[in-house]
Design a protein around this ligand. Structure first.
Ligand code: AQP
Length: 354
């Protein structure tokens, strides 16, 4: 089976974009692959954060993976920072231990193997740093985030990475870093150190847009909560957000290249009802206007999210279960990671203590 790795940052509550762009396809393809799904907490500190909220959001995100249908029997679910922390506590043979202690070094190695010019081209960095209140306070971590992401993907030898369309560029960068590293340090070796991963991007809803601006992606870090549907929003909140969402003043409702809001809302309706684009198009022809469509959309969202929210409530009531899932996931992740670390270290010319 091909190996899959993906993750979401525990910043805020996961939203419909994270779900439709990423998590829903993790669930759908769970049987076909060897899966590693992590809560990427190390990425969450690239922007200003509240430590207490980070730890809560980490467990909340893991619980949402399970509530959305990720099955720990078929997938390894773990927290990114648990792998190195866990490693440091392990009593293992010297060779393995030496490799295990290298998680931070692995990221450093990739930093040194990545030209700065490549990172300067990253759109997400440009957008997020422009949004920051003070340009001078943007962290080195935000700039370096794509290398940390590459380090994780490469560490687990993932062949496929199911992500939303916004991550396409970072995946390309990951491939470039892997290729450059292999060319530089593993050319003569029988086996390459890193696998060059491919992005798995869904055909529809690969980029869910903000409810307040059909040209900006739905994002956890948008200051306006009305811009997104969070997976844990109550029915009342969903109705309010849909009522207040931005629309246009063109007569009738339909898909059109110059109607970003209509395209986004109809795309969400498709995903929530399981109807095809053609079916939605036919239905839309019968709607008088936004006043007819908005309640239908809100109802569809509420109905779709209801079972996920019920399962989430059960999971938060049993924290020991969640902790045990994350412990087992970290152990499995650590097995794979430590092997790659040792290979990468040898390839670069480091010595392993005997
Ligand atoms: N709007 C979106 N449409 C489709 N997919 C999306 N993803 C994020 N937003 C959308 C996908 O969700 C996964 C996890 O994303 P992330 O949390 O690691 O980082 P992000 O892409 O930066 O997401 P956010 O919500 O915008 O978070 P903040 O605001 O904290 O940075 C990825 O697969 C991503 O493609």
């Amino acid at each position: 089976k091909k190996r899959v790795l993906s993750g979401v940052q525990p910043t805020g509550v996961l939203h419909l974009g994270n779900y439709l762009g990423a998590i829903r396809q993790w669930v759908a393809n769970q049987e076909s692959y060897d899966n590693f799904f992590c809560v990427v907490d190390s990425h969450a500190i690239t922007q200003p954060h509240d430590p207490k909220e980070l730890s809560q959001a980490t467990y909340r995100t893991a619980a949402l993976y399970l509530a959305a249908g990720i099955d720990p029997k078929r997938s390894n679910i773990f927290v990114q920072s648990h792998v190195s922390a866990h490693s440091e506590l392990m009593h293992s043979p010297p060779g393995r231990r030496a490799a295990r202690l290298l998680a931070p070094l692995h990221r450093w190695m990739l930093n040194c193997a990545t030209p700065m010019g490549w990172l300067e081209k990253m759109i997400q960095y440009k957008e997020k740093s422009q949004r920051a209140a003070n340009a001078k306070s943007v962290s080195v971590g935000l700039f370096d985030y794509p290398v940390l992401m590459a380090a994780d993907i490469l560490l687990y030898q993932a062949q496929l990475v199911p992500v939303g369309d916004d991550q396409r560029q970072h995946l390309e960068l990951t491939r470039d870093i892997a290729r450059r590293f292999n060319d530089k340090y593993a050319k003569k070796k029988k086996r390459k150190v890193f696998v060059e991963p491919e992005a798995l991007i869904v055909k529809s809803n690969a980029r869910v847009m903000s409810l307040q601006d059909g040209t900006a992606k739905m994002s956890k870090s948008d200051a306006n909560d009305l811009s997104r549907i969070n997976l844990l929003d109550s029915p009342d909140e969903i109705r309010r957000k849909i009522k207040k969402c931005k629309t246009d003043s063109i007569k009738g409702i339909g898909y059109s290249p110059d109607r970003p809001e209509a395209n986004n809302l109809l795309g969400i309706y498709e995903a929530m009802t399981g109807k095809s684009k053609e079916e939605v198009e036919a239905e839309a022809a019968t709607w008088v206007g936004w006043g007819t469509f908005k309640p239908l959309l809100a109802d569809a969202l509420i109905a779709h999210l209801e079972p996920l929210q019920a399962r989430y409530a059960e999971l938060v009531a049993e924290p020991e279960y969640l902790a045990s899932v994350l412990r087992e996931g970290a152990e499995a992740a650590d097995e794979t990671a430590s092997r790659t670390l040792a290979d990468a270290k040898r390839a670069m010319g480091f010595t392993l203590p005997g």
